[in-house]
Design a protein around this ligand. Structure first.
Ligand code: ATP
Ligand code: RIB
Length: 314
């Protein structure tokens, strides 16, 4: 089982030709609303990518999060459930559901998040959700919910013996002991620079940044590099660059979330596959996400990834 602790947002995406200037009003070319939030997107990625041959027999993923008691909260829980995410540990609270305002200009997106209910998560929520967790389970976190809750959950998961994965997004300064409880860290370029002070612009700086994370106690480091793919390291033998798949870019929102979700799903099978193969699968899934609009809705199913890449990984 994979437990995802994180945000659930109502995403409002506006397609605009350019950003408005100060004091200017612009008309948008398109507007969409849908399920988003880094936590929810990653949970949906796991559910969609897990639901092929195993066909919704049992959910592979439990979401730990909060939404408001408003209509949109109900809608987002329903969507999570429809995608195959177990929502038993998604609580309803007396705050508005989180929202993300996204502007899409050409290939770029800019996001402002109103956290709302996402900030209400408590240690009790984590304790209840992880009550039956086993050492073979995984905890996946991002940083869109209170930092002390993420730190608490990682500590608890480590004590149980679970695998812990951190997507440190959006980047925030983290105390040194935060990293001790992380098995796999998956930052993008901006997050890497903020967390390590190293701009991962070339291979040497990427290696230096990955080594910095290893020095802090992380076993596997995966830097996602947008259209340049990913750099991966286990701090020993494995140091590799995985190129991105060339694709038509429509909307990159949730590319990172798809990558992280896919990796979380594949990691427990490392042994049957290599860690590098797990990351290649994640790169392929993420490339399909960028070729469609939306956050959760643009994430491909396992069948779609396999069909697209000729069944190379099953
Ligand atoms: P986002 O915030 O847009 O969801 P991110 O900044 O967290 O994404 P990125 O490093 O931009 O993460 O992208 C994650 C992965 O998605 C990359 O490692 C790559 O595999 C894939 N990807 C991103 N952009 C492209 C692209 N233009 N073409 C192909 N693959 C891409
Ligand atoms: O990573 C993409 C997500 O970031 C969006 O869905 C938005 O809700 C923000 O949390």
């Amino acid at each position: 089982m994979i437990y995802v602790l994180g945000s659930i947002n109502n995403d409002i995406s506006l397609e605009i030709e350019r950003m408005p200037k100060k004091g200017e009003t612009l008309l948008a070319d398109g507007c969409r609303m849908g399920l988003g939030g880094k936590g929810a997107n990653q949970a949906v990625a796991i559910a969609k990518l897990a639901s092929s041959s195993e066909k919704k027999k049992r959910s592979a993923v439990k979401m730990i999060g909060q939404v408001g008691k408003d209509a949109v909260g109900t809608e987002l829980i329903d969507k999570l459930h429809d995608y195959g995410v177990d929502t038993e540990f998604v609580r309803r609270v007396n705050k508005s559901t989180g929202m993300a305002f996204i502007t899409l200009t050409g290939k770029d997106n800019r996001i402002i998040v109103y956290s709302g209910a996402n900030l209400g998560l408590s240690k009790t929520d984590v304790d209840e959700a992880l009550m039956d967790a086993k050492p073979s389970d995984t905890l996946l976190c991002q940083l869109e919910v209170p930092l002390y809750i993420v730190a608490y959950a990682l500590r608890k998961a480590r004590a149980i013996g679970m695998t812990t994965i951190l997507n440190p997004a959006p980047a925030k300064e983290l105390a040194p002991d935060f990293y001790y409880n992380v098995d796999i860290i998956v930052p993008n370029e901006t997050e890497t620079q903020i967390l390590t002070g190293i701009n991962p612009r070339d291979w040497d700086s990427r290696k230096a940044a990955m080594n910095e994370f290893h020095a802090r106690g992380v076993r596997y480091v995966v830097l996602t590099l947008g259209s340049d793919g990913a750099a991966i390291s286990d701090g020993g033998k494995l140091v590799s660059h995985i190129p991105a798949i060339k694709t038509k870019v429509v909307d990159t929102t949730s590319a990172g979330d798809t990558f992280v979700g896919a990796l979380a799903l594949m990691y427990p099978h490392v042994g049957m596959y290599s860690f590098k193969e797990a990351c290649i699968f994640a790169t392929r899934a993420a490339a399909l996400t960028v070729s469609e609009r939306g956050a959760a809705e643009s994430i491909p199913s396992f069948d779609k990834v396999c069909a697209f890449y000729n069944n190379e990984i099953k």
